[in-house]
Design a protein around this ligand. Structure first.
Ligand code: MN
Length: 244
């Protein structure tokens, strides 16, 4: 696999769910971008609450109708509302040229964004019909965890032991091309699951302290002088499903 093919496969798998089969391939979609939006935004770019694919009582007796209705219609809707509010607040702050509250709004974006995206996966991950892993998913679960039963034991234990509120997550780790089980405490910690980085700036002190000491902003200004925008562009194009 050449570097570009590897990058492409890892980026396409970066949503943390699908393996070697490109997302949406079975449904006739050709890019991650076609698959991801999945009614998470409307045509104006406003985030929207995706409807459930099944009735509130469809998961009974495992997940009761009352819980499902409140969870979807109240809790998830709250994340959507909060994400739109934070998104609009950032736009307003940029219009005013006032970044004083950027730290607050970034926290809000992460909290509500992670909530919106993870719940959108959660609803789709469940359904009334009993099913089993198949295809690449079955093959890679067996390869990476030994067997489905071993995976289930691990996933259940990790999920049960999440400290406080959070999620158990089966994720695709592009860097090693393998499946991993993760815990998410709460769900954000300043990231949004299902969001894929294309430009990153390291602000751990080891990245700048020898030269810039406590002048982090000065380091960031200099970082912009050395950004390889062709690489950033390539990452975006691959996510958009554009071939080069
Ligand atoms: Mn929830």
């Amino acid at each position: 696999m050449d570097k570009r093919t590897f990058l492409k496969s890892t980026l396409l798998a970066g949503a943390g769910i699908w393996a070697f089969t490109r997302p949406g391939e079975a449904a006739g979609m050709s890019s991650l971008q076609e698959w991801i939006p999945d009614r998470l935004v409307d045509e104006k770019g406003q985030y929207i609450l995706p409807p459930l694919d099944y009735g509130y009582d469809a998961l009974e007796p495992h997940i009761d109708a009352r819980t499902l209705r409140i969870h979807h219609d109240k809790h998830h809707a709250g994340y959507v509302k909060g994400l739109n509010k934070a998104t609009a607040a950032v736009a307003e702050a940029l219009d005013k040229g006032d970044m004083a509250l950027v730290k607050y709004w970034e926290r809000e974006l992460a909290f509500h964004g992670a909530g919106h995206f993870l719940h959108s996966i959660y609803w789709k991950n469940m359904g009334p019909r009993h099913s089993q892993p198949s295809g690449d998913l079955k093959r890679l679960i067996t390869r990476d965890f030994g067997s489905f039963d071993r995976f289930r034991t691990y996933f259940a234990a990790a999920t049960a032991k999440v400290e406080g509120s959070g999620w158990g997550i089966l994720a695709w780790q592009p860097a090693a091309a393998k499946l991993v089980v993760l815990q998410a405490e709460k769900h954000q910690n300043l990231s949004q699951w299902l969001t894929i980085p294309i430009l990153v700036c390291d602000v751990w002190e080891h990245a700048y302290y020898l030269k810039y000491q406590n002048r982090r902003k000065e380091y960031i200004d200099h970082f912009f002088e050395v950004v390889n925008w062709d690489d950033v562009s390539l990452r975006l194009d691959l996510l958009l499903g554009k071939s080069r």
